[in-house]
Design a protein around this ligand. Structure first.
Ligand code: FAD
Ligand code: UDP
Length: 404
């Protein structure tokens, strides 16, 4: 392969980690700091932080390259872990939706119902009675259609969920697992927050800064613009952690696992504010699903503002596993292969084909680290009798760069 020798560094890495998102970076940090072993973490993108990557754009607005990322969790342990690497800013996300000719809160709450139907429901009980009168009984709740129709009835389902879901996934809600639309609750109170988790916070100086701190350890080297296929045979390593798409790792042996993609259109406006809240959804109209404005989310004060339109797409980078039974069956076949593959760990949203939020991926990575501690003995390097830091040469693919 084409390659160039850049600098003398560990000749045999204890661990090669593919993907510098939450899954890969958390494991790199744990292994480096708790096992004192050497880690080379690579990413084929030109940056760390995976899909949580944020940056200041040309206008100076802090924005999220891969769409709005709002941190929320009920886990104290996950917040405690990440708090080693960032301070936080409190932020509760709010979402409005354009429904017919009105702008109403999403998730559906009492305010939403009153606005859409010209009602004045005053209590949870009244709102519940209203919803019950519209809900359709569904014998067994299996799909993303069942779960909504059984709670709010067909009309609200069609206004809020059918169009959005069909755009977002390229599938009718009846073809998707119930877990997808179950992410969005229905409320009878007037709570208009998108999430109700105990912790709703944003990294004070952004995700990328937090990842820089996670990866700032002398046992960790970061290589960017480097695809696993280009480096796997030239960078000696003892164990591998893979956080990319699992079907790709196995050269699509059983065929492609479906992932849904998005095209992001980022637009900067020379005005302080573009919309009233962080995200406005367009369930009934438009080719995009939602528009998000970062300054609400980051708290940045700036004369300009940047927004992102999300256009769902069948092609492009894999962003979402698509939860439905046949895909889970195919994933299980890849998972069986993964279980038979020695010295390789599969972690993260793409490698375990799970529609996980950031906190869940952090939790999964921390759990995997505990398993590693229990099952993978510390080894002694035959190179120099130590665990790590052997001298040698690092061959890099053309275009790759070391971050540290
Ligand atoms: P990723 O962040 O995808 O990282 C995997 C990395 O591996 C990537 O950088 C990729 O380039 C690299 N890689 C893959 N294959 C290779 C290879 N062969 N060689 C080298 N590198 C490779 N979660 C929330 O909690 N809140 C939100 O508000 C939220 N909003 C989201 C909005 C959008 C539009 C999307 C798409 C996701 C959102 N998420 C949100 C989910 C969140 O992005 C994920 O949970 C999280 O980023 C997953 O981390 P990961 O490490 O598993 O994967
Ligand atoms: N959804 C919808 N209408 C909405 C918001 C969400 O139909 O106004 C459905 C849609 O299928 C979406 C899913 O609920 O993919 C989960 O929404 P969430 O906001 O959690 O999506 P994410 O932020 O992960 O893209």
């Amino acid at each position: 392969m084409k390659g160039r020798t850049l600098e003398r560094i560990a000749s045999v890495y204890d661990w090669l980690i593919v993907g510098a998102g939450f899954a890969g970076s958390v494991l790199a940090e744990r292994i480096a700091s708790q096992r004192d072993q050497s880690v080379l973490i690579i990413d084929r993108r030109p940056h760390i932080a995976g899909n949580a990557y944020d940056r200041h754009d040309d206008a100076g607005v802090l924005m999220h390259q891969y769409g709005p990322h709002i941190f929320h969790t009920n886990s104290d342990a996950i917040v405690d872990y990440l708090s080693q690497f960032t301070e936080w800013r409190k932020y509760e996300h709010r979402v409005l939706g354009r429904i017919d000719d009105k702008i109403v809160p999403i998730p559906i709450n009492r305010t939403t119902i009153n606005a859409l139907y010209g009602l004045d429901l005053k209590s949870d009980e009244e709102a519940q009675t209203f919803l019950d009168s519209r809900a359709e009984p569904v014998e067994e709740i299996k799909t993303s259609e069942d779960v909504v129709v059984s709670k709010v009835g067909r009309e609200l389902y069609e206004k809020f969920f059918k169009g959005y879901t069909t755009k977002q996934w390229g599938l009718d809600p009846s073809e998707l697992d119930k877990s997808v639309t179950s992410r969005v609750p229905t409320r009878t109170n007037t709570d208009d927050r998108y999430f109700t988790d105990e912790h709703q916070v944003m990294p004070k100086h952004g995700y990328t800064r937090m990842f820089e701190n996670i990866l700032k350890h002398p046992n960790i080297k970061v290589m960017l613009n480097a695809d696993y296929r280009e480096v796997k045979d030239v960078i000696p390593h003892r164990r591998l952690i893979f956080t990319g798409p699992i079907d790709e790792f196995f050269d699509f042996r059983y065929g492609r696992l479906p992932y849904r993609s998005l095209r992001f259109e980022h637009v900067t406006h020379e005005q302080e504010q573009y919309q009233a809240v962080g995200t406005v959804n367009y369930p009934m109209t438009e080719a995009y699903t939602r528009i998000s404005e970062y300054k609400h989310i980051t708290g940045q004060k700036h004369h300009a503002t940047t927004i992102t339109y999300e256009y769902p797409s069948a092609t492009g980078d894999p962003y979402y596993p698509i939860p439905r039974p046949e895909n889970q069956t195919l994933y299980k076949r890849y998972q069986a292969l993964a279980n038979e593959t020695e010295n390789v760990h599969f972690v993260g949203r793409l490698a375990t084909y799970r529609y996980y939020n950031m906190d869940q991926v952090v939790g999964q990575a921390l759990a995997e680290f505990r398993r590693i501690q229990e099952t993978v003995p510390l080894w002694t390097s035959p190179v120099n009798g130590k665990n790590h830091h052997a001298d040698g040469e690092l061959i890099m693919p053309d275009g790759a760069r070391l971050l540290n």
